[in-house]
Design a protein around this ligand. Structure first.
Ligand code: KL2
Length: 710
């Protein structure tokens, strides 16, 4: 600690003195040389060392090189102790400070001793090689670490364990890695072997850097620092996991000092560390396919992947900053998050991509252009109201063609319950089968939504889901009418936890909701202690919505849209005939013969309310979740979203599964990208992070669809 403080206090001083001293020296002395080339002597512009093969004859290496090196050679002679005795102590000091190698010092002798020196230098040749070998060791270490640890810059993710770059890490103190790399390439041409420790130190202290960066670009920086996501295109068969290379200390390596005290180093000595990888998300195969009964006729499989991802709209992030206090500021910047996000999409290249919280300007400015370039066709639907985000559903044009698109708005001014501005998109796609193939892919309905967040308004969420399911059902039925079976995928952020009533409606097709507290529908919060709470009673939504309690359109959608003013259907009003309010005759009601003179007959009231109103909602789509929501082994809950206030699963990919004996109907789940537990996510600093760009994780599944091969 004290040493470090001393270092900070003395280092600038020594640099100042050093630079002053060097100016003085430069006027009188030429820089030290090795192999006929100037070497950096601790001050001034550094130059490259060991450019030529260390096995080249010494005299060749001692030949003055082109340009100034000849002059330097002469200058070097002037440094001989005999001629510049007065400067000797300074030179020695400078040498020590620069930590010049033994071989260099040998070269700094009188010309008279040259022949002798040549001989001696030859004996030191091995040492030079050793020096290089050490440098190679360091190189390997450096490159290994560079390979396992991403760059500290804002565009690259940092792996867990890496030091966050200090805010005052100015470029001046950071060693340009490309230059370092160049040095490494040069040195790599030499065979390596073990070398004494002092030689290693010598290399460390003597190594020079090309000031111009005029170095071989043959080893790209991006290669050294590249991480999995950028390199691996195509769906992760080569690398079926979410690999985050990690390793100790690249950040420290990047702090390559221009000079350091031989005996005291601010920078910890590097320990040889084997590179290691940390895998946060694994691709998990699902054995569903094996369980499926073999079909008696030839079939063709069409595999496709689906990603659902709430990407966290920047405006929402800024509106709820209190949720992200655990995050370093740079991971909250849109430019940083956007680049991570695109890398993630590029890594997995899902065939279908359902995004939520897509901010409109970001969609138009960055996401849509980038996704189009990746081969996606996209449909965007912004939320109604003031919020600037919405949903985007994209599909790869080479895998699917479009049959129809429906953008849904859940806000219905005529329906009190549907007064929130959430939206959804329903696509009807057809798989693209290889050209010349006789088979026709069956249609696939892909629905994407982001339901209302408000944990207390489960009633609104249910109604929004009802609208979504009705549209999907309509698409399903129109396919059926055309003689085709439509497979279904429903994904998005449902703002409801697994097995809560809303989830149960989706997966069990039915929900008895009468009397349920509204907060219980989504399960986000437990407000059971509240004495007063809003409860759900039948009917949940009015018939004027045009959607029955079976989540099907009751009237043709077109009719409903054209008859905008139509409020209550006859059937709905008939249900109200004998309700308690209707049986009480208003005191001031004018009596009109044949119209208001008939008092409601209470004897007809024997029909209970439950009989008159169905207290359940249901739907007809066969849906199940691709994820199980618990981690195998530990049994811990999977988490799809996490921020300062909590973590939960609220994102899902539901699909219509292939049932036994269902011929070609249904999808087979082949695999999922695993989700972590909350503990694991907090161990990597929560969300968003240098690894994951949103406060949600992406969900990724692989499905198989069978086509008749006839
Ligand atoms: O939970 V979310 O985040 O699925 O990631 O969906 C909503 C919330 C999103 C869209 O409305 O905005 C977030 N407290 C915390 N988060 C909120 C709040 C709130 N009061 N309101 C909206 N969101």
């Amino acid at each position: 600690m004290i040493g470090t403080l001393l270092f900070y206090a003395l280092y600038p001083l020594t640099r100042l003195l050093g630079s002053w001293g060097s100016d003085v020296l430069k006027k009188r002395l030429s820089p030290a040389q090795v192999n006929g080339k100037a070497v950096w002597d601790g001050v001034g512009a550094p130059t490259r060392r060991f450019e030529q093969s260390q096995t080249a004859p010494l005299d060749q290496r001692l030949d003055p090189g082109p340009g100034s090196s000849g002059e330097m050679g002469k200058g070097m002679k002037a440094q001989s102790p005999g001629k510049e005795g007065g400067l000797l102590p300074d030179v020695d000091k400078e040498e020590r400070a620069a930590g010049l190698c033994e071989s260099e010092r040998l070269l700094e002798t009188d010309e008279v001793q040259r022949a002798e020196m040549e001989k001696e230098a030859e004996t030191h040749d091995g040492n030079q090689e050793d020096t290089v070998k050490i440098s190679e060791q360091d190189i390997q270490q450096t490159t290994a670490q560079a390979n396992v640890s991403p760059v500290t810059g804002p565009q690259e993710p940092l792996a867990y364990g890496d030091r966050k770059p200090a805010e005052d890490d100015t470029p001046a103190t950071v060693c340009p890695l490309e230059e370092q790399t160049t040095q490494l390439i040069i040195d790599e041409s030499n065979p390596s072997a073990e070398a004494p420790a002092e030689e290693a130190e010598c290399w460390d202290t003597c190594v020079g850097l090309d000031p111009d960066g005029a170095s071989s670009p043959s080893l790209a920086l991006s290669f050294l620092l590249s991480d999995g996501p950028t390199e691996d295109s195509g769906f992760g068969h080569d690398q079926p996991a979410w690999h985050f290379p990690a390793g100790p200390g690249l950040a420290q390596e990047l702090q390559c000092p221009l000079w350091q005290f031989p005996t005291m180093s601010y920078y910890p000595t590097l320990k040889q560390a084997d590179p290691f990888e940390v895998t946060w998300r694994l691709w998990e195969e699902v054995d569903e396919g094996a369980a499926a009964a073999p079909l008696p006729f030839p079939k063709v499989a069409f595999d496709f992947t689906v990603m659902s991802y709430n990407i966290l709209a920047q405006d929402l992030l800024e509106a709820h900053q209190e949720l992200y206090t655990h995050c370093p500021l740079e991971v909250l910047e849109w430019s940083y998050r956007c680049s991570l996000l695109l890398k993630e999409i590029q890594k997995w290249v899902p065939d279908i991509l359902c995004l939520q919280e897509v901010q409109e300007d970001h969609y138009h400015d960055q996401l849509h252009p980038a996704l189009s370039q990746m081969g996606y066709t996209c449909v965007y639907k912004r939320r109604t109201g003031d919020k600037t985000d919405g949903c985007a559903s994209c599909y790869r044009g080479d895998r699917f063609s479009e049959i129809s698109i429906t953008a849904l708005e859940f806000f219905r001014p005529e329906t009190e319950l549907l007064d929130r501005h959430n939206v959804g998109i329903v696509l009807l796609l057809r798989p693209v089968v290889p050209q010349g193939s006789k088979v026709k892919g069956p249609p696939l309905c892909v629905a994407n939504t982001h339901l209302l967040f408000n944990p207390r308004r489960g009633d609104v969420k249910l109604a929004q889901l009802g609208v979504m399911l009705a549209e999907m059902d309509s698409v399903f039925r129109s396919c059926k009418a055309g003689g085709e079976h439509c497979n279904v995928v429903l994904c998005g952020d449902f703002n409801s936890v697994p097995n809560a009533p809303l989830y149960q409606l989706i997966t069990t097709r039915q929900l008895f909701y009468n009397g349920l507290p509204a907060w219980a529908i989504s399960g986000q919060e437990n407000l059971w202690h509240q004495t007063q709470c809003y409860r759900l009673f039948a009917p949940l939504w009015p018939s004027s919505l045009g959607i029955g309690d079976n989540c099907q359109y009751t009237v043709a959608k077109e009719m409903l849209e054209s008859s905008g003013k139509h409020q209550y259907s006859r059937d709905f009003l008939l249900q109200l005939r004998f309700c308690p309010a209707a049986c009480v005759r208003p005191v001031k009601l004018e009596q009109i013969p044949g119209v208001t003179d008939d008092t409601p007959d209470a004897s007809k009231e024997n029909q209970s309310e439950e009989q008159r109103f169905r207290t359940t909602i249901s739907h007809r789509l066969d849906l199940q979740s691709a994820y199980t929501h618990v981690l195998p082994g530990s049994g811990q809950s999977e988490v799809t979203t996490l921020h300062s206030k909590g973590a939960a699963t609220v994102d899902y990919i539901f699909y219509s599964p292939k049932r036994p004996h269902s011929d070609l109907k249904g999808l087979t789940l082949l695999g999922c990208l695993s989700l972590p537990s909350e503990d694991v996510l907090w161990s990597i600093n929560g969300l968003p992070s240098h690894i994951f760009p949103s406060d949600h994780l992406s969900l990724l599944t692989n499905f198989q669809l069978l086509l008749d091969a006839e």
